[in-house]
Design a protein around this ligand. Structure first.
Ligand code: FES
Length: 111
């Protein structure tokens, strides 16, 4: 059986730390369901999950900018995600290959 190479890999941080932990978490109040939301949206938009992998991941070391998602290839680090941003990233970047620049982390934090 042939396994196609992925076109995009989306690494979505799924860290949820205990309350009062000194670092913030990407899975935070009001944004707990971004991962299943993204899965659902991909299905609705006809995005092939065999070619576009959505991968839950551990800390990507940009905790204060969370929720974050790193898209490869290209090391595009999306920050402060919400459902509206996910919709646009899926449509413009994942479907059409145009990264959504205004949702990316500032260059000084990603050099
Ligand atoms: S907890 Fe998500 S980047 Fe650190």
């Amino acid at each position: 059986m042939q396994m196609p190479k992925p076109q995009n890999i989306m690494f979505m941080c799924q860290v949820k730390r205990p309350p009062n932990f000194p670092k913030p978490s990407c899975v935070r109040e009001g944004k707990e369901d971004l991962f299943p939301y993204t899965q659902q949206k991909m299905m609705e938009m006809g995005i092939d999950p065999e070619r576009n992998w959505l991968v839950p991941t551990g800390c990507l070391n940009r905790c204060k900018f969370g929720p974050v998602m790193l898209v490869e290839p290209g090391s595009y680090m999306y920050v402060d995600l919400d459902k509206d941003k996910i919709d646009r990233i899926l449509e413009e970047h994942i479907k059409n290959g145009n990264p959504v620049k205004e949702y990316l982390i500032a260059e000084e934090f990603w050099a």
